[in-house]
Design a protein around this ligand. Structure first.
Ligand SMILES: CC(C)(COP(=O)(O)OP(=O)(O)OC[C@H]1O[C@@H](n2cnc3c(N)ncnc32)[C@H](O)[C@@H]1OP(=O)(O)O)[C@@H](O)C(=O)NCCC(=O)NCCS
Length: 179
């Protein structure tokens, strides 16, 4: 089997359409069936517009990265220092992994692993003490992926409604080793 070539780069304002497309497709593929189609549609129409993502890409502190597999955009992630959703984490210099999504047909090919390794490198280079994230309580695949990377469940949860469908996320955390 030929090992796929995985490359990761910072997303730029001119990538807004691509990131909006990746965000919409991967979110729909992940959460379809866990809420009503109307709820899913209203959520992606609100959260992943090219205009909204363009503003985020223009923000120096809002870090989007795109993962390419053999030169095809196959996944993305978003990192940001943002304590508003989880004030308790403020006791650390903390970086949030806001999103990590790989296109369905490219999953389980170590693209998620490449993005996570990159996220940890960014966190270490910027002297963060922890990397943290929220994961839907029933997303077993993602939870096992995060546990494999050394994240632990804090036991803290928060509501993450999709439209009118209530869902609950768990906060997970990983301490950044000081080299
Ligand atoms: C979670 C995700 C980012 C992982 O990226 P990936 O490229 O698929 O994963 P990798 O190939 O790097 O790593 C695979 C690991 O994922 C986990 N995993 C993969 N498929 C799994 C499955 N069906 N069930 C449980 N764990 C699974 C395992 O830990 C696996 O490790 P292993 O290969 O040693 O068994 C990706 O699967 C994805 O985008 N899923 C849908 C979107 C999502 O849930 N994002 C996170 C929201 S919080």
């Amino acid at each position: 089997m030929v090992t796929p070539e995985i490359n990761i780069r910072r997303a730029l304002p001119e990538d807004a359409d691509l990131v909006s497309h990746l965000s919409t497709i991967t979110f729909e593929d992940t959460f379809r069936g866990t809420c009503t189609d109307d709820d899913l549609q209203s959520f992606v129409d609100y959260a992943f517009t090219a205009g909204g993502i363009l503003n985020e890409l223009k923000d120096e502190d809002d870090l989007y990265f795109i993962a390419y597999c053999n030169n095809i955009a196959a996944g993305y992630m978003r990192l940001k220092e943002d304590y508003k959703d989880y004030p308790a984490i403020k006791k650390y210099k903390a970086l949030e992994l806001k999103r990590i999504y790989v296109l369905k047909e490219y999953q389980s090919k170590k693209i998620g692993a490449a993005l996570m390794a990159y996220a940890l490198q960014v966190a270490e280079q910027k002297n963060y003490e922890v990397l943290w994230l929220g994961v839907w309580e029933h997303n077993e695949k993602a939870k096992s992926f995060y546990k494999k990377w050394g994240f632990t469940d804090t036991g803290d949860t928060h509501p993450f409604p999709i439209g009118n469908t209530p869902q609950t996320d768990h906060w997970m955390i990983k301490f950044i080793e000081k080299r």
